[in-house]
Design a binder for this molecule. Structure first.
Ligand code: DAH
Length: 347
């Protein structure tokens, strides 16, 4: 009986060895299972011996029982090992100390980060956040803003005109050149008093270089109420700059012309790239135009359905892209739309 047991063990190892050496066998997994049943299955020889142990004497039972069980254990271990080898689940191949695969989760674009900061500042001041269409009518983009058909101001804002056959009103459509058209849309929808900002994408037909892009971002601001004056506007802008740059930023105010405001101003900030020394971004002047603004023109108030005798207000068009360039010291506007991860991953 002892010999029989040794024989079963040796045969099992030989069969297993032969099978594993024929690794090309298509049915390796199945053959291994058959072999396992042959040696370890309920009807296998080993099980039969174990079952018949009860008929033996106590000493034989002890000796052979121990041997049979240890052979069974050995065989079970070696079959398990081979199964793991075939199925690739061998715990030996599994190294818990290896670092895991890095999961890349995107993150917010620098423009979005600043836009959200600004939205928070304005929300805390009681402003609403509005949107308007990027494909805009010629009327809202120009005429409602007191820029008539042949006004030279149109030349400064060349854009992409869109022929849209389904446009029943036969209105000319343009990719909006600024966020200002939403001023009139907002007045028409909400009336006065009104405090709102409009962050958004705008388009220009530009020769592209380090400081000009065909697509960039602005943030329009509008405040209309009784007795609003230009000093309210300047105070708000300074507050805003403090919120963004977390310090006092030197500013200067110059007169500026925009058909939709009267008077109009340009608020420049000291160039944060060169500290006001002069560089290519500020065209060696040390100053950067950031906030064009002004008191809303009575014609624009009227186009928005607001009585210009009762109400006044101010508006500004913050260059959001430019502000982000200043804040993060970015010297090429083309990086924003480039999708270049070397750039984007820095934020
Ligand atoms: N929309 C103008 C532009 O893109 C900027 C602007 C100027 C907006 C004066 C305003 C404003 O609201 O009052 O060039």
């Amino acid at each position: 009986m002892k010999n029989k047991l040794e024989q079963i063990k040796n045969q099992a190892f030989t069969d297993l060895h032969d099978l594993m050496n024929k690794k090309t066998s298509l049915n390796l997994e199945e053959n291994l299972r058959t072999l396992r049943i042959k040696y370890l299955g309920r009807k296998g020889e080993l099980s039969q011996i174990l079952r018949n142990l009860k008929d033996l004497s106590v000493t034989e039972k002890k000796e052979l029982g121990a041997l049979a069980n240890s052979i069974k254990k050995d065989l079970e271990a070696v079959f398990k090992e081979k199964e793991d080898e075939i199925l690739g689940g061998n715990s030996k191949d599994y190294d818990l100390s290896l670092p895991g695969k890095e999961i890349k989760t995107g993150h917010l674009h620098p423009l979005t980060l600043i836009q959200r900061d600004l939205e928070d500042i304005f929300k805390s001041l009681g402003f609403s956040i509005l949107e308007g269409p990027e494909l805009e009518s010629d009327y809202y983009n120009f005429e409602a803003l007191n820029i008539s058909k042949h006004h030279p101001a149109r030349d400064m804002q060349d854009t992409f005109y869109v022929n849209w056959e389904k446009n029943k009103k036969d209105e000319k459509l343009v990719m909006r050149t600024h966020t200002s058209p939403v001023q009139v849309r907002a007045m028409q929808t909400y009336g006065a008093p009104l405090k709102a900002i409009v962050p958004g994408k705008v388009f220009r037909n530009e020769a592209i270089d380090a400081s000009h892009e065909h697509t960039f971002y602005q943030l329009e601001g509008l405040m209309i109420d009784k007795d609003i004056s230009i000093t309210n506007m300047i105070a708000l802008m300074k507050e805003l700059l403090k919120g963004i740059f977390k310090k006092e930023v030197p500013v200067r105010i110059r007169p500026g012309f925009f058909p939709f405001v009267e008077p109009g101003i340009e608020l420049d900030i000291s160039c944060q790239l060169c500290g006001g020394e002069g560089c290519s971004v500020c065209k060696q002047s040390g100053w950067l135009e950031l906030f064009p603004a002004g008191m809303v023109h009575p014609k624009v108030l009227e186009a928005g359905g607001i009585d210009s005798k009762k109400y006044s207000g101010f508006a500004f068009g913050l260059g959001l892209t430019r502000l982000v360039m200043m804040k993060y010291h970015i010297n090429d506007i083309r990086l924003f739309n480039s999708g270049d991860l070397r750039f984007l991953e820095q934020f």
